[in-house]
Design a protein around this ligand. Structure first.
Ligand code: NAD
Length: 506
């Protein structure tokens, strides 16, 4: 069965209306075999304007609904996602090319964040602080912020919406979603799932709490520029993030940026090599190297570099590459022809910059899809091996191997790239592990010990520094980005003392 036919069946099952299709609209295409399920109606500038007006009206009503009740809607969303998990996950596989277990994992992540946000809806805690004035109370309260724009990338086509929407909804904010133009079908299916949760929730939910706008970057540009969105959460390339950040900042809005990574693993001589090899394979090759947290730089002590790369080339030789719907497949396709071109161009640059391809780097012929063999490239030793191409994020399965001799040198190499998303060290030494996690250790938003850089849990705050954009989503106190902080002071005395003892008697 073509991927497109498979997708049409799933869309029917997931309850996506037939009205979404339109001749001459946004073409859809599966990376598995290049088949197209059809073209989708795209949002016009007037549609974007209407959606923004509707979101503002929804906000006026939703912010009055008590937060724990808002949490009930998100709990129901989690229930609907559980019911739709297999179908939505398969649609992720068909549209983004993820293997089946990664598609299921992505929907599980949506369910997990719904559970988290439901609990959070009773814990949007403020603070009280002692007032310096007698008969006064002072406190800090978190209030709903307003409609949130969500711009998402192709490689986590549904989870990124859920990370944002689950928190935004319990915080009292409606959501307008501009999914990647490469993965619009999963967005429409997610919206259908959300609509079912709203139907179960009942009349407390105003219309248009969540809306999807199908189309290209110009819709994202409109959202970034519109003051009706106090927060724009944007996930994608650093190039996109710079454009969005400038546009949002020019109207003094808030942006939450989740951008590119260039993630490294430091492997020391004391590391458990069996664990390291498994962690490297999953994080460098999983999702065909198309995760923001994919492992791209392997920083190995010079004494163990040859033995480790020998084990890796052996492991890479047996990787099952092909249709991600097949249960045995571990490496699916790249998203499109441009990604394959970028993969090959980066490999040529790496060779020109002194690298040697140890494994992979070739195309795998399969009708309609863009399949490649994941590559391992040995670069010159030390800092000179961290060339321009290594410092750049290529969104494809290329693992650059660099060597070092002193641990401090390894940490310096790890930090000496423009991006700052995820990082890790494999070591049995407490000194090395703790140094890596110290103030002079990894400069990334995520730092792991004896765990690869990808596959984060939702309970922690997710995001990174430098060119990764500085945003934090998902767990911990990331919810605060979706609310406005208000300092409230109440005078319950019959005097009017001024702060700092100022006197102003009239
Ligand atoms: P992309 O930047 O090409 O597109 C992402 C989204 O931004 C799309 O919806 C696109 O239409 C929109 N867009 C593009 N230009 C825009 C502009 N000027 N204004 C407004 N919107 C615009 O990214 P992609 O190829 O879909 O995804 C891959 C990239 O995303 C990688 O760099 C990856 O590291 C990054 N990513 C980061 C995270 C994270 O959490 N840090 C997660 C997933 C992906």
């Amino acid at each position: 069965m073509t991927a497109a036919a498979n997708a049409r069946d799933l869309l029917d099952r997931l309850g996506v209306s037939a009205h979404v299709w339109a001749d001459g609209g946004l073409p859809t295409r599966s990376p598995i075999d290049g088949s197209s399920a059809g073209s989708l109606a795209q949002a016009s500038p007037a549609d974007v304007d209407t959606a923004l007006t509707q979101a503002s009206s929804a906000f006026a009503a939703w912010r009055r609904v008590p937060a724990p009740r808002r949490g009930e809607l998100v709990r129901l969303l989690g229930e609907e996602l559980r019911a739709a998990k297999a179908d939505l996950a398969m649609l992720v596989t068909l549209e983004a090319g993820k293997i089946v277990s990664e598609g299921l994992g992505e929907v599980q992540e949506m369910i997990d964040i719904c559970d988290f946000a439901t609990g959070l809806s009773r814990q949007l805690h403020g603070l009280t602080m002692p007032s310096e004035r007698p008969g006064h109370h002072m406190r800090e309260t978190w209030q709903p912020l307003g409609p949130v724009g969500v711009i998402s990338a192709f490689n986590f086509p549904v989870a990124v919406w859920a990370w944002n929407a689950a928190l935004a909804l319990v915080c009292g904010d409606p959501v307008i979603w501009k999914p990647s133009e490469k993965t619009p079908l999963t967005a429409l299916a997610t919206q259908a799932v959300f609509d079912r949760a709203v139907a179960c929730f009942g009349p407390d939910a105003p219309p248009h709490l969540s809306q999807v706008l199908i189309g290209g970057r110009e819709i994202g540009e409109r959202l970034a520029a519109d003051p009706r969105l106090p927060l724009v959460s944007a996930t994608g390339s650093t190039r996109m993030g710079r454009a969005v950040a400038q546009s949002v900042a020019s109207r003094l809005g808030r942006s939450l940026l989740e951008l590119g990574g260039n993630n490294a693993m430091i492997v020391t001589p004391s590391a458990d090599m069996d664990m390291a090899v498994r962690a490297i394979a999953f994080s460098a090759v999983g999702t065909c190297g198309q995760r923001c947290t994919s492992l791209r730089r392997l920083l190995v002590h010079a004494d163990i570099a040859d033995s480790l790369t020998a084990r890796l080339t052996q492991a890479y030789a047996t990787l099952p590459i092909g249709d991600p719907r097949q249960p045995e497949t571990l490496v699916g396709p790249l998203i499109d022809a441009d990604a394959t071109t970028a993969f090959e161009a980066s490999l040529s640059q790496a060779v020109a910059q002194g690298g040697t391809i140890l494994k992979g780097g070739t195309r795998v012929a399969r009708e309609g899809g863009h399949y490649v063999t994941p590559a391992i490239v040995r670069m010159p030793a030390g800092a000179s091996g961290q060339t321009d191409v290594v410092r750049h994020e290529t969104f494809a399965p290329i693992l650059y191997v660099l060597t070092w001799t002193e641990f401090d040198e390894a940490v310096a190499l790890q930090n000496d790239v423009p991006q700052g998303l995820s990082s890790c060290v494999f070591t049995d030494s407490v000194r090395e592990a703790e140094a890596f996690l110290s103030a002079w250790g990894s400069d990334c938003g995520i730092a792991n010990v004896n765990i690869g850089p990808s596959g984060a849990e939702i309970g922690g705050a997710f995001g990174g520094e430098k060119d990764t954009g500085g945003g934090r989503e998902s767990g911990s106190d990331a919810w605060k980005a979706y609310m406005r902080r208000q300092t409230q002071t109440v005078n319950f005395s019959s005097q009017l003392p001024l702060a700092q003892g100022v006197r102003f008697d009239v």
